[in-house]
Design a binder for this molecule. Structure first.
Ligand code: GLP
Length: 260
């Protein structure tokens, strides 16, 4: 794992956007695994800026999103489909049909999940997977106790995640309890992963994921088993990392050819 600590969320998001942009420039037909949530908003803003001002071209990319709420229409304002449209897709040149997200309205979830897995495989697998982290250490919607070998499937959210995500729903509206999410096994098959964490509320989960034992109780800790993971954190999310001085030292002494 490479742990990159930046002074604040804006600077960390800019580095994340540069990593994604480099991937897309080097490999225009990249298959990107994308995430939703407050964490990725500044990253997508920067990608949109790069598209508009620097001509960053997504026209050959394919996107697979991590997860979606079960029972939400794609046009529901709080669906992850809507989130992606509003925060990224409407502003870039990803072709229609190149965006994939689990179908929250499916009447056959098992079938929809295995088709999603098949579709990722048919696209050649994910080149770069972007991940946020939940306060309980979840990635995608793989809540604690998720099998480290899990595939795309239906999960039940924890009360804490429901409470955390209620800020994205209208007052009084209930957050769905069930979701479809890529599994941890699915995520681990991506060629590269980029885990993002900003703010004090993520510090505990990030330290457990990066420096704690690999355990289904902290789903993001499974990333320790992946050969190519970069973690981007701001100072506030990084403050519980025991080895943070070393991570900063590594970043400062990165050979020129490895620089982002
Ligand atoms: C959500 C999403 C995750 C996201 C995480 C953190 O529930 N399913 O993909 O990374 O929780 O969300 P936020 O970035 O809003 O803190």
């Amino acid at each position: 794992m490479e742990i990159i600590i930046q002074p604040d969320a804006a600077e960390a998001a800019a580095v994340a956007a540069r990593i994604i942009a480099d991937q897309v420039r080097r490999q225009p037909h990249s298959v990107l695994g994308l995430a939703t949530g407050a964490t990725v908003v500044p990253v997508y803003e920067e990608l949109v800026r790069m598209h508009r001002q620097e001509g960053l071209d997504f026209s050959h990319c394919v996107v697979y999103n991590l997860d979606e709420y079960l029972g939400l229409d794609p046009h529901h304002p709080s669906s992850y489909h809507s989130f992606m449209r509003t925060n990224l897709l409407e502003a870039i040149d990803l072709p229609d049909g190149a965006f994939h997200i689990p179908d929250g309205l499916t009447d056959s979830p098992e079938c929809a999940c295995s088709q999603y897995e098949q579709s990722i495989a048919d696209a050649g697998g994910i080149d770069l997977q972007i991940l946020g982290i939940g306060r309980d250490g979840h990635i995608g919607f793989n809540e604690p106790s998720s099998s480290l070998a899990s595939r795309t499937r239906v999960k039940t959210l924890t009360r804490q995640t429901i409470e955390d995500n209620s800020r994205f729903f209208a007052p009084g509206e209930s957050v769905p309890q069930h979701v479809i999410t890529m599994g941890i096994g699915t995520i681990l098959e991506s060629r590269r992963c980029l885990l993002l964490a900003w703010g004090d509320s993520k510090a505990q989960a990030l330290a457990a994921a990066v420096e704690g034992p690999v355990t289904a109780s902290v789903p993001a800790s499974a990333l320790q088993l992946h050969p190519r993971v970069q973690v981007l954190a701001d100072e506030r999310a990084a403050f519980k990392l025991a080895q943070s001085d070393y991570y900063r030292w590594v970043w400062e002494h990165k050979p020129a050819w490895q620089r982002v």
